[in-house]
Design a protein around this ligand. Structure first.
Ligand SMILES: Cc1cc2nc3c(=O)[nH]c(=O)nc-3n(C[C@H](O)[C@H](O)[C@H](O)COP(=O)(O)OP(=O)(O)OC[C@H]3O[C@@H](n4cnc5c(N)ncnc54)[C@H](O)[C@@H]3O)c2cc1C
Length: 284
């Protein structure tokens, strides 16, 4: 049996983190599943759930800080997040099921660094930054530098994720997240797409950001696809060209959920949703 700790303050956490073979967890929806399956058996487990510095959402001058231990359900129900970052709400509302959303946290989703993690494509297009902290230092880095591969992050020894920062200067009036899975609920993404879109007064693409999940070792971005759409109307021809480019940019694999070929096809097809998004001004 591992030693189990439930610290109520960061000062109590820091020395405990220095113990060898320690695993931290928040909601436990990833870690406790691995413990039960026997694929993880640390000597010490630290639950972060009761640390107040890791809870809540703060509206600060330089951005919105979502603390790592905040659950998906709480974030999705937050009026500030709903008003400013509906793309994140759309993604968290299709993550797992109500019990998973009530237990699972944004910090756990980010640190799991799964290619299928639902919060990640929205956080990439929102150009979010993570705040990391250890006993002696704090640092901030873009989420795209923090996620280094499947299950791999830039977390250093003795460091934890404090939260994720999102700038309030987002000029994108249209925000969209869609996950294609094997069923409507409790589905891990086969392909997902996050898109932020801004149109000018003539209906041309003023700016666009795109990020795909589950089609590479980490979230895939495709600056060439975005550049090809800027300054143009979202016609069928423009979207077909962008879809072909997107299929070249992604690097999916075959797994139990889908073939690489299917994923590549869907990654391109999802771009056709953008014309509806442009027309409706909201999620198609
Ligand atoms: C039935 C089921 C369905 C699921 N469906 C989905 C889904 O549709 N989409 C999806 O994206 N995920 C899904 N998941 C995965 C999981 O629920 C999410 O990734 C969730 O967000 C993890 O959060 P957590 O707090 O439970 O993580 P935990 O299990 O507590 O931790 C996960 C990882 O993050 C680390 N960690 C947690 N907090 C911190 C911190 N503050 N600092 C440093 N490291 C930290 C832990 O050490 C561990 O490595 C599902 C899981 C289950 C069991």
């Amino acid at each position: 049996m591992p030693r189990w700790l439930l610290p109520e303050r960061l000062e109590i956490l820091w020395p405990a983190l220095e113990e060898p073979d320690t695993t931290v967890y928040a909601g436990g929806t990833d870690v406790l599943v691995k413990l039960r399956a026997g694929s993880k058996s640390p000597r010490q487990l630290i639950c972060l759930e009761r640390i107040p510095e890791l809870q809540g959402i703060e509206d600060r001058v330089d951005g919105v800080l979502i603390k790592a231990g905040t659950t998906h359900a709480r974030i999705a129900a937050d009026p500030l997040i709903q008003a400013r970052f509906p793309i994140l709400v759309q993604a968290l509302n299709v993550l797992g099921s109500p019990p998973i959303r009530n237990m699972g946290t944004i910090g756990g989703n980010i640190c799991s660094a799964s290619p299928a993690g639902d919060s990640l494509p929205p956080l990439y297009v929102l150009e979010a930054e993570v705040e990391l902290c250890s006993r002696t230092a704090a640092r901030r880095l873009p989420i795209r530098d923090f996620i280094q591969g499947p299950g791999q992050t830039a977390l250093g020894p003795g460091e934890i994720l404090i939260g994720v920062w999102i700038s309030k200067n987002q000029r994108f009036s249209r925000q969209y997240y869609e996950k294609v899975g094997q069923r409507k609920a409790l589905a891990i993404a086969i392909v997902s797409l996050a898109a932020l879109l801004d149109l000018d007064s003539e209906g041309l693409v003023a700016d666009i950001r795109l990020a795909w999940g589950s089609v590479g070792p980490t979230v895939v971005t495709a600056p060439a696809v975005e550049a090809g759409l800027r300054g143009r109307p979202l016609t069928l021809a423009a979207l077909q060209k962008a879809a072909a480019e997107a299929r070249r940019a992604v690097a999916p694999i075959d797994d139990v959920r889908a073939t690489a070929e299917y994923r590549r096809e869907v990654a391109g097809n999802l771009l056709h949703r953008l014309s509806l998004l442009a027309e409706n001004g909201r999620r198609p």
